[in-house]
Design a protein around this ligand. Sequence first.
Ligand code: ADP
Ligand code: MG
Length: 138
Amino acid sequence: MSLKINTSSPEETAEAAKNLISILTGKTVLLNGNLGAGKTTFVKAFAKASGCKEEGSSPTFTLMQRYRGETDILHFDLYRLNHFEELETIGFFETMEENATKFIEWAEKFSLEDELESFVKIDIKNLGGNKRELHIKE
Ligand code: ADP
Ligand code: MG
């Protein structure tokens, strides 16, 4: 599966996330794109549209946000992580066994594509202004 979606606002990216619920629920999704591309915007909109509620997170632990719902959503942001070993310390690989939808920002920092069995990749390109191109590949 490979599809491209162009959006012109955060709301349109939120709409795209909503339209992808049936395709992405229960999967591991690697989100690639520069800072400000819209990765977090996509995940938050996906969670909201799925009816999942943000679970209170400790201010010192922002690497993973859980959203509770019929299928939980686990949202990882590995931006501030520096070493692969830290993934083991935070229990990343145990968590990946859970039955949940997982979104991982900055997976490319740790070559997680080589570590994970199956995943969907979403590349978000900033085309300037509010224009974004989402490329979804399974
Ligand atoms: P990332 O997680 O990739 O660093 P964020 O989702 O945190 O990016 O931020 C994206 C920023 O870009 C937000 O400020 C959002 O309002 C803005 N933005 C502008 N146009 C779009 C668009 N079409 N889709 C998503 N975000 C957009
Ligand atoms: Mg982000």
